[in-house]
Design a protein around this ligand. Structure first.
Ligand code: UD1
Length: 419
């Protein structure tokens, strides 16, 4: 297992290319299973999670080709609804996204309950309820979801009790091939949901309102060959904005979009970070001392849970006390004890972390746990005095393309050491 050795204390300067969004790529790859025509995705990030999804699709008979580094062609012409290999499914929660498309196209599916980051209960009950509302029969047997709809799915009104991103995506994909009209109420509004809607429409689906509270879908029976360019990764962009701020530097986030980062920009600006749009993306510049901020994570357009750990790393160095309340994933605080190893002063009470700013972080050996937690440790190490070692960086490779190389190009001192 690789580790990163980081010498902290260097202000980052330069530009970083922001990749396409991982969280749009994963459902869009799964969506190929709906169709017997090829789907070409461009601006695809080169990440372990994407490779995992491709391996899963290949297990169903999908032909996956990569004509260049950032393009994937997925052709599910010869696909079958087989059983997915458990060793693939257990590594990533997003594997559940194949369930809806397989069921809609083949009338039956058997998919293992997913694994993934250990950040709370993360059930899939809403995915299953949405499919049941479309007429599927669902059973959970021995760790597997067994779903069937021998006569196909039928459009229906799906009311989500909470605006789950994944459940919205499962419902959209399945309804795209259902008979008649489907309405999804209290849909997740994340930009990645809107991007999936655009991708499905390019494939021939008839979806309106993706990215809003209410999505309507007119079922179709056939799809066509399609190409779709992924939207930029707002979480990657937000992470590099924090990297600029925590090191007292300045980074241009090439391809980043400020409009996708409104709640994040609001928090960072209150913390004293300057952000402004440029011709090529977004500029993020440290404004000197960091000010404390109170943050609550929420579904989009609120402050994203996927940036909570990174912003917490920043606030460990603020002039005063900040609070971060997590409302999306109750147990997403694994980074707290690791940040404490750098000398951060964080008290955890239920779902709220209280962060008392310290003047300086000092280097430490730390252990990456989940994807976003790991990157918060990299950020802390970039600011800390001395040489830190981050163990288990495979979590980072799941979600950040070439993180160490991108940071090194902007002046960071990072070495990757193979174990
Ligand atoms: C997606 C993102 C993840 C992000 C999260 C919230 C992908 C691949 N992943 O995850 O990076 O952190 O959105 O923005 O896009 N829930 C249920 N039952 C369900 C489904 C979800 O109770 O069937 C709960 C979850 O436990 C959680 C909340 O709903 O507390 C939100 O989860 P959800 O929006 O579904 O997140 P994911 O789609 O898993």
């Amino acid at each position: 297992m690789d580790r990163l050795i980081i010498e902290g204390g260097r202000p980052l300067q330069g530009s970083v290319q922001i990749c396409g969004a991982k969280n749009a790529a994963l459902p869009e790859l799964a969506a190929c299973l709906l169709s017997d025509r090829p789907l070409t995705l461009t601006n695809v990030p080169d990440l372990a999670d994407i490779t995992t999804m491709c391996r899963l699709l290949e297990g169903y008979g999908v032909k996956v080709t990569r004509p260049n580094a950032s393009t994937l062609v997925v052709d599910a012409w010869g696909a079958v609804s087989a059983e997915a290999a458990y060793d693939i499914v257990r590594t990533m929660r997003a594997t559940i996204l194949v369930l809806g498309p397989l069921l809609a196209r083949f009338g039956q599916a058997r998919v293992s309950l997913p694994g993934g980051c250990a950040i709370g209960a993360r059930p899939v009950d809403l995915h299953l309820k949405a499919l049941a509302t479309l007429g599927a029969e669902i059973a959970v047997e021995g760790g597997y979801v067994v779903a069937s709809a021998p006569n196909g799915l039928t459009g229906a009104r799906i009311v989500l009790p909470l605006a789950s991103v994944g459940a919205t995506e499962t419902a959209m994909m399945a309804a795209a091939l259902a008979r008649g009209e489907t309405e999804i109420i209290n849909a997740a509004r994340e930009p990645e949901v809107a991007d999936l809607g655009a991708c499905l429409n390019a494939m021939g689906a008839k979806i309106e309102g993706a990215g809003s509270h209410r999505i309507t879908i007119q079922g179709v029976s056939t799809f066509k060959p399609a190409s779709h360019d992924l939207l930029p990764d707002r979480i990657e962009a937000g992470t590099y904005a924090v990297a600029a701020a925590i090191t007292g530097g300045e980074l241009e986030l090439i391809g980043g979009r400020l409009e996708q980062l409104a709640a994040v920009a609001d928090v960072l600006e209150r913390a004293g970070v300057q952000l402004w749009p440029t011709d090529r993306g977004v500029m993020a510049r440290s404004g000197g001392r960091i000010r404390p901020v109170d943050i609550v994570t929420e579904p989009y357009p609120g402050f994203p849970t996927d940036l909570q750990a990174q912003v917490m790393a920043l606030l460990t160095l603020a002039d005063g006390t900040s609070t971060l309340r997590e409302t999306v994933f109750e147990a997403r605080f694994m980074h707290v004890p690791e940040l404490a190893r750098f000398g951060a002063d964080i008290a955890l009470s239920g779902t709220t972390a209280t962060v008392r700013g310290v003047a300086q972080l000092t280097a430490a050996p730390v252990m990456a746990t989940d994807l976003r937690a790991s990157v918060s440790l990299v950020l802390a190490a970039l600011a800390a005095k001395g040489e830190s070692t981050i163990h288990r960086v495979y979590h980072l490779d799941r979600g950040y393309e070439a993180l160490d190389r991108k940071l090194v190009r902007c002046g960071a001192a990072i070495r990757r050491v193979a174990a």
